[in-house]
Every structure is written in C-alpha cells, then in structure tokens.
Design a protein around this ligand. Sequence first.
Ligand code: BES
Ligand code: MN
Ligand code: ZN
Length: 459
Amino acid sequence: MPLAFAGPNPAPVPVHIVEKDHAAAAIAALPEAGQHWAATQGFVGNLGQLLQVPDAQGGLAQVLVGYGTAQNRARGRFHLGAVVRQLPEGVYQIASGLTGTALEEGALAWLLAGYCFDRYRKPIDPVAALVAPDGIDAARIQIIAQAEALTRDLINTPASDMGPEELELAARDLARAQNATISVTTGDDLLDANFPLIHTVGRASPREPRLIDLRWGKSGPLLTLVGKGVCFDTGGLNIKPGASMVLMKKDMGGAATVLGLAQMTMALGLNLRLRVLIPAVENSIAGNAFRPQDILQSRKGLTVEINNTDAEGRLVLADALALADEEAPDLVISMATLTGAARVAVGPDLAPFYTDSDDHAAAIAAAARAVADPVWRMPFHDPYEQMIEPGIADLDNAPGGGMAGSITAALFLRRFVHSPYLHFDIYGWQPTAAPSRSKGGVGMGARAILAALPRLLNL
Ligand code: BES
Ligand code: MN
Ligand code: ZN
C-alpha cells in the first residue's frame, strides 16, 4: 500500500485545524446550522477532537480538527494522524490552521496514519486521502513517508521471511530502483575478504552471514551508513530468556533504518556520495557457535575477548565500521538496536546518539525538533574506556558490572572509526500504537539525520 497524496479530484473536503484558543472564532465562521451542530457535539478545540460538519444534503461539507494548546501538543507528535482513521473514506485538504514545519508534520502524520503491515492479513479499509498541501515540499514528504514504510515493513517481517538473504534481496531491490550498485560478500568468502567477526557471529546459522555494500552518487561528500543487520538474535550460547528474545526479529532495525534513510537520500537526489554497509547475520546456537572467552581477531587487527555472545551487534559492526573507515569518508553514521541499556536510559521514544562533535550534535538536535523525530545526545565518556579493556585482549565485548551499557558499546564501536562519526543506539519498535505509529517496527532518527545533512556535510 503506497503512502501517497491524492490528486485534487474529486473536490476535497476542507479540513480546518483549530487551536483551543481559536475554537470560538472557528465555530462562529460556520453557517448557522453548523454552529448549533458544534454546540450539540461539544466541540471546543480539544486536541484530537473531531467535528464533521454536514451540508444541507447530508453530505460532508467540512471538518474541524481540535489542536488543543501548545502544552497539550508537546506531550506527543503527529497529532493529526489520530483523526485520519476516524474520517470517512474520501479526499481531504488541509484548508487552514497549519503552516511551515507544523504543516509538514501534519502532512507526514496523515500519510503515515495510512501505514499498515498487511503482508500476512487482509489489508485494512482504505483510509481518508489527503491532497498534497501547498506551501511545503509535498514530494519530499511523500518520499520520506514511503521510506519510513520500507523501514517498518523490513522490521515487521518475521525472521522466518527476513533472514540475511532476504535482507540482501531488500537491499538489491532498493539498489535497482535507485540505480545504485551493490556487492555482497557471503559465507566463507567473508574469511577470505577479512571480515572475521561477521563470519564468527553468523556461522552457527544455516542462513549464511554476509556483508552488503551499496553505493550511489557520483559527486559530493561521502556519507557512509552502517546498519546492524542481526535478523534474529537468540543471544547465541548466552541464550536470551524468552521474554528478552520475543522481539528479536527487530534486531535488524538499524539496517532497516539506514535502508530507509538511503531511500530518502537517493530518491531526493541529494548531492552526495552514499555508501551503505550492512553486516547481515543470524545470531544462532549450534555446535560451531562462538563461545564465551573466545578471543577473536577483528578486521582492523584489534583482538576481542568475548564475554557474552549476546553482545554480537558491536562485533559485526566493528568489521563493517573498519571497512567504512578505510576510505576516510566525510561522515560515518551507524544505527543499531545495540543495547537494552539504551532503552533503560531513554525509553522507546527517543533515539540516543553519540558524537564527539558539538556542532554535529547541535545540527542533529535542531533538525530532530524541526521534523518531530526526537533524539538525545549521550556521551562518549573517555574515562569508561578502561571498562572495555579486558587485559588479555585489546577489547572486551561485554564488560562485567553492567554499568553504562550503551556508552561502553558506543566506545567499543568508536575504536574502529577515525573519520567523523555519529552512532545511534535505537530501539526500532513502537511498543503501543500512537498517532501515525502503529504498534511494531518504526524508524528512529532517520528523518532527523536527513534534515541535518546539509549542516553535517556542508551540502
Ligand atoms: N539486540 C540486543 C540489544 C537489545 C535488546 C536492543 C533489547 C533492544 C531491545 C543486543 O544484541 C544485546 O543483546 N545486547 C546486550 C549486551 C550485553 C550482553 C552486554 C544487552 O543489551 O543486554
Ligand atoms: Mn544480542
Ligand atoms: Zn542484538
């Protein structure tokens, strides 16, 4: 189901977005019967309140949508999305009440409210359609919505249909659609090509590990995105308990999110060179699985003592980041469902990110606010470096004590990158339905990064 704006035929129903302070004026502007109808319905402009105003023939003349107060709205985002599913099927147009970034957010909210993961069930009934609003870059909003839908679909697809090979096929589909080139190193070829950690983490699965490498664009700065593609994370020999394993189809959420961001970048035709690296593996259990206390040599040459086979994401990312860094890109960004600790720190709604650049942090934070994609900066805290040093090898993949788990994971990754670097430890999952975000897979941080790219890369 493509998320797209409608054309202007049939004539759209006007939708007025009405702040609580302006409700009386909006009601006074209605025809007399409509004013009585608003009183009958008790419409006062509360956030999410809907008033469908009939015409004399019983048709739908116009719609008022309550927009509450700034204080109400601060407690959420995509508020317009909450009413879309309540409207009768038809074509609508935002006639008043939103401008600028609020109109962009409203238009995106409307499109995303139409998202439904229907691969394994009957599609939902068609939802109310929106005419592309004037005054904003509607084509850009549509590209962003469709890329977000790709991210959600990839995460929502269970591991039975989304193993390393299917993730590769998804990347190949994207490459074909956008005229990108792609190469993939699979199975034992990973050893010959010197990606030992990717091979080691993935070798216990009959579904072969691989490294996906996509490139696009001819000129401009080089941006390399690296996404964790653990298609299912059992924890390995340090097996997860059931309650912790149940959602682990989403452990390729970083890969899904960088593919979505790549689709946005390419479809928008940004003036940059893009590389996307995805180590795609399944962290499984078998006789040939890697073990606690194994010491592994990484692509970069640093040795890693395994103290928990469930800290697999940083291992596969380490080899991919080392490869990324070899050509000294202008910016490396990794996205990964890397730690439970990140969830404890900031919950499911915020995307925690790490950078050593205050300017990059400010660019991301400002962009995040503008596009309703909340993020929170976390510290690459140098004094914790000693926590990831086990003594008998260069690095420890799972320091004991469990303190600062998201930070130590980020510090581990930073050891493999010298280029300017941003790292996102995302959740990739909406635990309960919210406006324009159905329960399930969700992109986090990608829209903020997209909006920040001009400043991050001097575009
Ligand atoms: N994929 C998990 C992290 C995760 C768990 C993300 C739950 C989102 C929700 C990762 O591979 C993992 O298991 N990390 C361990 C690391 C620990 C063993 C050092 C964790 O966070 O517990
Ligand atoms: Mn794990
Ligand atoms: Zn994992």
